[in-house]
Design a protein around this ligand. Structure first.
Ligand code: ZN
Length: 455
């Protein structure tokens, strides 16, 4: 693990100037926060949901949400920005499943004493605490899969991907819109209504390039409530879904050859937006020490950025006091840089489960046969048990697939150039020069990347 970390550090230093760094490293989310009327309605549903469960030991229903990524481009070849590869999309799905499953890749960064005072002072129920008395990192039991069929039931050439050339559609260039309002109008009036798939069956994610003047990285709908059709800010069946800046999609760690930008190289922009899509609010409640309606997240004075160190801003809010634990900057619903975030809480899970059970645009998302390989947590976790050996190697290399079905193994050199593909778990490095290479293993469940040294 340490070797891997050192390697990544070196690799990031090596390639940073090539394709990771960019000027536009701000992530601002432009999701409109819900009205009080919406929240009141939602609170009634939450009470009904929790009321059926003793001691808030909520048994989270298992859902798998089919996702379609509408990749908006202007005719570039697949793999040329912004027409990003299937692999980059797959790495994003892996990130969502890790983050919403409670096993984010950097979850070990959670401090041993994190929010124990807060949990004790608030007398949080056991369901909201872990064995160390910390605020518990929640498993939402909500997973995501790439849709294998389109809205008409036809199989997709690339699961989960709908590539759209905006020239062919007669749409304007997305980079023409430099304000939040004009860009929102462009999305809501042109892009979404003319490309959206049934919002009751799919999570629609549109990804586009954007103006360098536009500081937004993502925006999401909040789940509509059934009994209040007229309340403002709710989505319609021609606009519901999420937009993200193309360079925020995917995981650099899982797929280093994608197109990323510096502060969001691990797919957390979409994790954040899917949080809104499932009814979560910003951790600071969009106000100074505002309310996010989750009892297990300490109040926060404002959004956090960068990479804070725990405890951060202890005592920044006094009613109730967040002293001495400070703010939960590592929560996905903050603005901290992607690598600094790794958790949702139990009360956030309850909001998402309530939305999935009740919102008319969410409550059928788990009922489908739109993904062939429906993933579940155990299967996802198996991806960590894949390994390759020997390493270093001079000739044959074997991949232990841990019961997964191999689709393809791709070899890249250290500058990111594709070398060749293999289709069996036994392959040879014999023809390669000495040095290090990347091995990207695609299975029916996930994609994993490894470094290998050719002796
Ligand atoms: Zn947000």
């Amino acid at each position: 693990m340490i070797r891997l970390k050192i390697f990544y550090t070196l690799f990031i230093l090596l390639v940073t100037n090539c394709f990771v760094m960019a000027q536009d490293d701000n992530h601002v989310c432009s999701t409109t926060f819900p009205t009080l009327e919406w929240e009141n309605e939602f609170q009634k549903l939450i009470s009904d949901f929790v009321g059926n469960q003793s001691n808030r030991e909520v048994s989270a229903m298992a859902y798998t949400i089919p996702v379609v990524f509408h990749i908006i481009h202007s005719g570039e070849a697949v793999g040329t920005y912004p027409n990003i590869t299937h692999e980059q999309i797959m790495s994003q799905i892996d990130v969502l499943n890790q983050d919403f499953g409670g096993y984010a890749h950097n979850v070990a960064d959670y401090p041993a004493n994190a929010f124990v005072h807060w949990a004790a002072n608030q007398a949080l129920p056991d369901a909201n605490k872990d064995n160390n008395g910390r605020v518990k990192i929640a498993n939402f039991n909500i997973q995501f899969c790439l849709a294998t069929k389109d809205a008409l039931g036809h199989s997709l050439a690339e699961p989960g991907i709908d590539r759209i050339n905006y020239h062919t559609k007669g749409w304007p260039d997305p980079t023409n819109f430099s304000t939040q309002m004009t860009f929102k109008n462009y999305l809501d009036n042109i892009v979404k209504p003319n490309s959206i798939w049934d919002v009751k069956k799919y999570l629609n994610v549109w990804i586009t390039d954007k103006s360098t003047l536009l500081m937004n990285g993502g925006v999401s709908s909040v789940p509509p409530m059934s009994t209040l059709p007229g309340i403002p800010n709710t989505a319609t069946d021609s606009t519901d879904g999420i937009w993200c800046y193309t360079k925020s999609i995917g995981s650099y760690a899982l797929f280093p050859f994608g197109q990323y930008f510096s502060s969001n190289i691990d797919g957390r922009t979409l994790t954040h937006e899917v949080g809104h899509y499932l009814g979560l609010r910003h951790i600071w409640g969009d106000a100074n020490c505002g309310n996010d309606f989750c009892g297990d997240t300490p109040p926060a004075s404002a959004q956090n950025g960068g990479m804070p160190v725990y405890p951060h801003k202890a005592g920044s809010c006094s009613v109730p006091s967040n002293h001495p634990d400070g703010e939960m900057f590592m929560n996905f619903m903050d603005y901290t840089m992607g690598p600094g975030k790794y958790m949702f809480t139990t009360d956030q899970m309850i909001r998402a489960q309530t939305a999935m059970a009740n919102s008319p645009f969410r409550n059928q998302l788990g009922n489908h046969d739109l993904c062939s390989a429906v993933s579940n947590l155990d299967e996802q976790k198996q991806t960590t048990t894949l390994f390759i050996y020997p390493n270093p190697a001079s000739g044959d290399v074997y991949v232990n697939l841990s019961g997964q079905n191999l689709k393809r193994i791709d070899i890249y050199n250290q500058t990111g150039s594709f070398i060749q593909s293999f289709y069996t778990p036994l392959f040879s490095l014999e023809d390669l020069q000495q040095g290090f290479y990347f091995v990207i293993i695609h299975t029916d469940k996930a994609m994993s990347s490894y470094k290998i040294i050719k002796e």
